[in-house]
Design a binder for this molecule. Structure first.
Ligand code: ATR
Length: 279
């Protein structure tokens, strides 16, 4: 589609950004709905984040996604931060208002929970206890999502115990901190297991985790989506646990941003999933 002065423009700010699947994802929806829009990769080195973010409004952008390594730093650069982004401590979606103000939002918790609930669990109510592996930025989004869903206890297991303790200081007694060495036993009584570490991702070390103590009814999900079926998900499925892969989180977190920028709420479909897996 050719572009002109009325084309609605958005993009993804990151460094590096060439690995990002967001242009393929938003490009699919723009084509599918025949919208006059464009979504661009926007490589921004860390030292130029402020100028880039302030330039969005000046250039007439509708907004942008923000990815590694800028998600935390960008929070200081916007006019308003929504409540969820404040709790997560990071922004992944910027929306420029008609008056040129910049709002920072975070749709990762929404994406995580929507994927979890649509992707394989048949929960009517939240499980009592979840185990979360990892205590980085992704873990914070998962914690906010599960807290809002109504999970009563979140057992955070992290290699660096201090980072898990810092989460307890922020989120309170809903967080139980467990040493990395005790991760296998920590699975007892869990209704949900979430891997938010990079372990198991293509090119990263494996996740060494014995699932023997995990109830077979517990849902297992992985933030990692490359490979789509991680060794954790394969092992869990083989012993009968319901599993949810991580690709759906990426797809669902993109929905609110697309709607805000381009004016139409897009659908997450099997064809979209396949389009992402093909590219
Ligand atoms: P993200 O924003 O994706 O969460 P991150 O903030 O860098 O990324 O967090 C990565 C997580 O993977 C952390 O919990 C990290 O553990 P540490 O806090 O101890 O660094 C975890 N992780 C990465 N490599 C790991 C490894 N080899 N063993 C155990 N945990 C690992």
């Amino acid at each position: 589609m050719s572009h002109n002065a009325t084309t609605k423009v958005a993009g993804v700010i990151g460094w590096p950004v060439d690995h990002s699947k967001s242009p393929r994802l938003h490009g699919y929806w723009l084509d599918r709905y025949g919208l006059d829009g464009a979504y661009l990769p926007l490589p921004v080195v860390p030292g130029r984040l402020e100028s880039a973010v302030h330039g969005l409004s000046a250039l007439g952008f509708r907004g942008a996604n923000v990815t590694i390594p800028h998600k935390e730093a960008v929070i200081q650069l916007v006019d308003r931060v929504d409540a969820i982004a404040q709790r997560i401590g990071a922004v992944n979606t910027l929306v420029v208002s008609d008056s040129g103000e910049l709002e920072g939002r975070n749709t990762d918790a929404y994406g995580f929970l929507t994927n979890l609930c649509m992707g394989g669990s048949d929960w009517v109510t939240a499980p009592d206890r979840a185990v979360i592996l990892g205590a980085g930025g992704a873990a914070r989004a998962v914690i906010v999502a599960l807290q809002d869903f109504g999970v009563r206890q979140l057992r955070v297991v992290n290699r660096s115990r201090g980072k898990a303790e810092a989460l307890r200081a922020v989120f309170g007694p809903i967080i139980e901190v467990v040493d990395w060495a005790e991760r296998h036993e920590a699975l007892a009584d869990a209704g949900l297991l979430v891997n938010t570490t990079s372990l198991g991702m293509a090119g990263q070390p494996p996740l060494e985790l014995e699932l023997g103590d995990l109830p077979t009814g517990a849902v297992v999900t992985d933030i990692v989506y490359s490979p789509l079926v991680t060794p954790l998900l394969r092992t869990a499925a083989a012993r009968g646990n319901p599993t949810v892969d991580g690709l759906g989180m990426l797809l669902h977190q993109a929905v609110p941003g697309f709607e805000a920028w381009f004016g139409r709420r897009p659908e997450v479909t099997a064809a979209l999933r396949q389009h992402l897996l093909d590219g």
